[in-house]
Design a protein around this ligand. Sequence first.
Ligand code: NAP
Length: 308
Amino acid sequence: MAPIRLAIVGLGKIARDQHLGAIEATDGIDLVAVASRNAKLDNIACFHEIGDLLASDIAIDAVSLCTPPQGRFEQAKAALDAGKHVMLEKPPGATLSEVFALAEMAKAKGLSLFSTWHSRAAAAVEPARALIAKRKIKSVSVEWKEDVRHWHPGQAWIWEPGGLGVFDPGINALSIVTRIMPESFHLVGSELTFPANRAAPIAASLSFETASGIPVGAEFDWRQTGPQTWDIRIETEEGSVVLTHGGSRLIVDGVAQIVEEDREYRNIYRDFVALVNNGASDTDYSPLVHVADAFMLGRRIQTEAFED
Ligand code: NAP
């Protein structure tokens, strides 16, 4: 099959840190254009915005949206209307209803829509899923604590409505837990800590339960300096299963099993090529459903103002 001709929209941190290298390393897909208001790449057709790209005569088959979630719906809709396959960075949108609408549009047009969850593509996630399927789970606890100043310097959108605040990284943990748990779970308690001067939370404390009563707890915090924590601990009757480093490492009953280099974005682009070539979509929005619930059931606590 001819390689998919791809355009990146929003040449910011994640596009540069991960997408460019992953596309380069993936067979069956070539970067042919970029649409970004303030950034350009050498030797690639560059446009100011997605509208200019779609109105041009450059031939593309697909777009990868690496913009903030607010505004992603209009970009994705424009691309689908123009007959292009669409890959969405996480979170897939600013609201649930808009992402459900995109799934319907893609289906009606016979185009591929891929709602990516890069943390699900981390090395230890599928092995952990297979392992706990054979065990009896007693509890799950998530600790996702990082330094917002280090990871999101100067990103104003992340503190605005729809930017999700601490759920921007926290949704990565939820994307793993929704993938590995053998049964679904629902929110029973949520405390959200908002800086006095911000519209999005800096910390969240969540309690979930599965239908059979297994407790799932999650602590998200953006105020952690020093060592960073991206851990998911599953206690089972047969011993502990722990995912660390954002899902790239697995420790079973205290013994390290998987320690692998990061391949998340190469796995995502490999999957996108397969979806497009098979005429399929992947639109699992369950992590975003839990985040929406957290806001819906959330008790708001105010804390000191946050300055970059
Ligand atoms: P970013 O550095 O702010 O980059 C996003 C780019 O989108 C900007 O550089 C900007 O480029 C463009 N853009 C278009 N409309 C915009 C608007 N209204 N406000 C701000 N930028 C706008 O953000 P990012 O960290 O790359 O994150 C983008 C998406 O990737 C988010 O959904 C995020 O959750 C996800 N993600 C980020 C990371 C990470 O480590 N940073 C990891 C995984 C996933 P122009 O100004 O040139 O148009």
